[in-house]
Design a protein around this ligand. Structure first.
Ligand SMILES: [Fe+2]
Ligand SMILES: [Fe+2]
Length: 301
């Protein structure tokens, strides 16, 4: 495809574009380096845990690792689609997005290496729901953009990637991890890393929200497409949460000692449900506007 024009030659970057603002935020806040995080206390903590407790920490780690690796590998078609559509500010932001995900993948792998489980195969902790989302739905929806970057397919891709994987599963995962290990006073290194990750994910989810909003605004069919796809994916997303929470409950019940690790299963389930509804309601806010011009005017201001 030949270029017909260049935005920064005919004019300039749209400095007020929401995506450009996210790009600026990413440059400002996203400069942390996973290699700078000190995991030595995490290693000590891990080694002093009972074996059952060490094992109990692995399902969530295994979900994070695969999740971050998947989103690192699968974001490219979105970047490609935005570039091909001439969306310069989106493309610029997505370069930081891809770099963020690479660092997230690095962070978890470094932690696993530091505590001594780097070579363990943890894939047994991915249940069918997890596989449905991370092994199938995510790459399928993203890769489709290479051949079809219509509004409908961009909505589907951003729904599974930004709303379900990031907005529901990653957010709930970080929350649970914090709940468990902050209260238990363990793993300060990875907790610091998760604070950084959380900030990055906020920008990523913002990208998804705005992308979906601008495509559904003023179009009832596309609103329905978004909600239907969210509902379809929810069963699997909740299946991941329920499996991880259930596993933790089972491990606790089967242990015959008072664990130093405390957690409340219902709070985690409720948190995931809440995230799901928040994502939907964020998109529904676009109903306030009649069309894209109105939405853009509001985002610009
Ligand atoms: Fe991430
Ligand atoms: Fe992300």
């Amino acid at each position: 495809m030949a270029h017909e024009r260049f935005q920064t030659v005919e004019g300039q970057i749209n400095w007020n574009d929401p995506m450009y603002k996210l790009y600026e935020k990413a440059k400002r806040n996203g400069g942390w380096n996973p290699a700078d995080i000190d995991f030595s206390q995490d290693r000590e903590d891990f080694l002093q845990l009972r074996e059952e407790e060490r094992i109990a920490s692995l399902p969530l780690i295994s979900s994070f690792s695969a999740g971050e690796e998947a989103v690192t590998l699968d974001i490219l078609p979105m970047l490609h689609a935005m570039a091909r559509q001439g969306r310069l500010e989106d493309t610029m932001f997505l370069t930081t997005f891809l770099h963020d995900e690479a660092k997230h993948t690095e962070m978890f792998s470094r932690w696993q290496q530091a505590v001594g489980v780097g070579d363990l195969d943890l894939s047994a902790y991915h249940n069918d729901s997890y596989k449905r989302i991370f092994y199938e739905a995510l790459p399928e929806a993203m890769e489709r953009l290479y051949t079809d970057d219509s509004p409908e397919e961009v909505i589907r891709a951003a729904t599974v990637y930004n709303m379900i994987v990031e907005g529901v599963l990653a957010e709930s995962g970080y929350y649970s991890f914090r709940q468990i290990y902050k209260k238990s006073g363990l793993f300060p290194g990875i907790l610091q890393g998760i604070d950084y990750l959380n900030m990055d994910e906020g920008r990523h989810i913002q990208f998804g929200i705005y992308t979906i909003q601008r495509l559904v605004v003023g179009n009832e069919e596309r609103f329905k497409l978004f909600h239907d796809y969210m509902d379809e994916l929810w069963m699997h997303a909740y299946g991941v949460v329920e499996y991880l929470v259930g596993l933790a409950v089972l491990q606790r019940e089967q242990s015959n000692f008072e664990s130093q690790i405390v957690f409340e299963p219902d709070i985690m389930r409720q948190y995931a449900v809440k995230q799901f509804h928040i994502r939907k309601s964020k998109i529904d806010r676009a109903r306030k506007y009649k069309n894209l011009t109105e939405l853009e005017a509001a985002a610009d201001s």
